[in-house]
Write a protein that binds this ligand. Structure first.
Ligand SMILES: NC(=O)c1ccc[n+]([C@@H]2O[C@H](COP(=O)([O-])OP(=O)(O)OC[C@H]3O[C@@H](n4cnc5c(N)ncnc54)[C@H](OP(=O)(O)O)[C@@H]3O)[C@@H](O)[C@H]2O)c1
Length: 240
C-alpha cells in the first residue's frame, strides 16, 4: 500500500516511548495528536517548540471513559480522520512475591490502564478511522507472553494485564480485520524510561531507538496482515 497516512494519535506521549513515537512521526511529516497525562514535562515542551503546529497536545487519562471521550472530541474538532492509533500508555505494578503474599492493591489500576485503556481508545476513536490507513497499534510486552514467561515474582499484575491486552487485541482484530483494519503488537525492549518512577538507567534500550524501530514496524505493510504477532524492537516475534 502506498503510504498516505499523515495523522496519528499516540497515548501516554508525555515522555518515554510515547514521546519517542511522537518525535519519530513528526520527523516523518505526520501531524501527531499526543495524549498527555502529566501537567508538564520539559521534554514534551521542547518537542512542542520544535513542532508548534504538527504536535497537538490532547489531555488524556486512558483509565477514564470520560477523559477518553473528551480527548476524542478535542481531536475531532481538529481533524476528521486519524490514520494510526498508537496505544502506548502503560503503568508498572510491582506486586511482590506470592510466597510472601502479593500486594494486589494496584491490580485494578494495572488492568484499567494497560488492558482496558486501549479498548476504551479503540471503541471511542473508531469514528475517526473509517478511512485512511486504518491501523491500530498496541504496545504490549514480552511480559505478557505465557509460553516464554521467565518470572515467578515482581510485576504479577503488570504481566497479567499485558496478556489480557494481547487477548483483547486478538478479539478486536477478529472483529475489525474484515472491515479493513490492520493491527500491530509491539514489544519495545527493556527501556531507559520512567515506568519505575525515575529514569531506569539499568535498562538496555534508549526510548528513541525503540520508537524509531516501532514506527518502522507500525508503518510497514505486511505480506500477511491476518497473522497477528507480537514483534519486538529487533524484529523478533514473541509467542503469545
Ligand atoms: N519500560 C520498559 O522496559 C517496557 C518494556 C516493555 C513494554 N513497555 C511498555 O511501553 C509502554 C510505554 O512505557 P514507557 O516505558 O515509555 O513508560 P513511561 O516512561 O512511564 O511512559 C508512559 C507514559 O504514560 C503515562 N501514563 C500513565 N498512566 C496513564 C494513563 N492512565 N493515561 C494516559 N497516560 C498515562 C505516563 O505518565 P506518568 O509518568 O505520570 O505515569 C507516561 O507519561 C507501556 O505500555 C509499557 O508497558 C515498557
Amino acid at each position: 500500500m502506498k503510504l498516505t497516512a499523515r495523522r496519528a494519535f499516540v497515548t501516554g506521549a508525555d515522555r518515554g516511548l510515547g514521546l519517542g513515537f511522537a518525535r519519530s512521526l513528526l520527523k516523518r511529516g505526520f501531524t501527531v495528536y499526543a495524549g498527555t497525562y502529566m501537567d508538564h514535562w520539559h521534554e514534551f515542551e521542547l518537542l512542542k517548540e520544535e513542532f508548534p503546529s504538527g504536535l497537538v497536545p490532547v489531555s488524556l487519562d486512558v483509565s477514564s471513559m470520560d477523559s477518553v471521550r473528551a480527548a476524542f472530541q478535542t481531536t475531532a474538532d481538529h481533524t476528521d480522520s486519524i490514520d494510526l492509533l498508537i496505544n502506548n500508555a502503560g503503568i508498572l505494578t510491582d506486586d511482590g512475591d506470592i510466597r510472601q503474599g502479593l500486594d494486589l492493591s494496584k491490580a485494578a489500576a494495572a488492568f484499567g490502564v494497560n488492558s482496558l485503556g486501549p479498548m476504551r481508545m479503540v471503541q471511542t476513536f473508531l469514528p475517526l478511522m473509517q478511512s485512511g490507513m486504518k491501523r491500530l497499534c498496541f504496545v504490549s510486552s514480552e511480559a505478557g507472553s505465557i509460553s516464554v514467561c521467565m518470572r515467578d515474582r515482581g510485576p504479577f499484575t503488570y504481566c497479567m494485564s499485558k496478556t489480557a491486552l494481547n487477548m483483547a487485541v486478538r478479539m478486536t482484530a477478529d472483529a475489525l480485520m474484515p472491515r479493513g483494519f490492520t493491527f500491530r503488537l509491539y514489544h519495545p525492549g527493556w527501556l531507559k524510561t520512567w515506568m519505575e518512577g525515575e529514569k531506569n538507567l539499568r535498562a538496555t534500550v534508549e526510548a528513541e531507538d525503540s520508537a524509531e524501530a516501532g514506527i518502522d514496524y507500525f508503518l510497514k505493510d505486511l505480506d500477511v496482515e491476518a497473522r497477528l504477532e507480537v514483534v519486538d524492537n529487533q524484529g523478533v516475534v514473541w509467542p503469545f
